[in-house]
Ligand binder design. Sequence first.
Ligand code: HEM
Length: 403
Amino acid sequence: MSEPFFNPFDPAFRANPYPFYDTLRASEPVHRTALGMVVLTRYEDVSATLRCNDFSRDVEKYSEQSTSPARQRRRQRNEGRTKSILNLDPPDHTRLRRLVSKSFTPSAIDRLRPRIQQLVDSRLDRAEEQGSLELVDDLAFPVPFQVISDLLDMPTERVDELRSWSQIITNSLEPTATDEELDATEVALESLIPYLTEIIEHRRRHLADDMLSSLISVEEEGERMTTGELMAFVVLLYIAGHETTVNLIGNGTLALLRNPDQLAIARKHGINGATIDELLRFDGPVQQTVRVPLVPVHFDVAGERVCVEPGTIVLTSLGAANHDPTMFDAPHELRLNRSNSNRHLAFSAGVHYCLGASLAKLESEIAIGSLISRFPTLEMIDTPQWRDRLTIRGVSRLSLSCS
Ligand code: HEM
């Protein structure tokens, strides 16, 4: 099969993937790539796949595909490691999710509101003094980073090293990650894990009223997380806690600036959870995730059954599903009053639905809401730069004048 539409290396795709998704969805909604992976772009297929127990999230266990030497090395190294919740299937996933969900109740997250507001305000005070703001470095990164560091009671003096390790680890999630990038992840983990171990061990000896302490002590019907499970979860939380939300604040602000009529509505009525849902639908930070069928599965394409065999890597395109016109009218328009924005799949669906969704929404609501209400003449100074990534989509630089 030819490869006309889904060329992730094309710079135009990286700048704006949505027209490419449209072409693919219209012509070949169950697309097989040259490497044998399957890409799904219809809302209905993506949603059904994410919710279906015939698919596993554990690609390393159930798929032999795309086994470059570095992926083989990673597979071998990971055999001895405890998997994070994100890579587990039920019933292991169910047990762990029940234990960790206790730390993510809506009331626990809402208690963070004053602290988030204080962090945002102090960043905006500085921007006001300077008359300008580099959105990513001055607001979108530091706020979620500080919040997750507070929650896990992590020191922040080594911010530059921590940011670099977590970016290297996030790069390895890309389907296009090179062998060098995969090997670099190992080096980053070898630095991050001892660092986190020290922090966890210290907290274990001095339990306090924070999320890390509650994760250490959480217990249900005599079950606790093992040390390995706790470590894998803390690494995931720490990285997911800031590598994604930074892009919601960045992409969301950019979307509003590019749509002045919608920005005016947001200024008039304020930003709430529904506004953030539309920003997530319009240009979400996580563009795709993966599943592997455990049994032969079928998709209906123009009345024909297309079979996908067990072990095939299936890329579910969340970005394409969120722009499917059969689900969302005029999907490429940002409409803050859209009635079904909350049906977006930016946080996935089914058992792996993002555990940090309420936190990410709260942080973005406060950051974007405060930014636009405080600076009525906010303007872009130059062209936004995009990260060179496919799975995690986000602006890397967005310079704003806020005088
Ligand atoms: C806008 C920001 C965020 C986006 C777009 C996002 C997106 C996602 C997606 C798509 C998944 C599921 C992937 C799959 O089904 O394969 C996921 C899972 C997860 N996310 Fe987020 N996330 C965000 C913020 C956060 C934050 C702030 C945290 C924690 C502080 C977090 C913690 C997690 C965890 C622990 C999982 C695994 C859940 C499970 O497997 O049961 N995320 N996220």
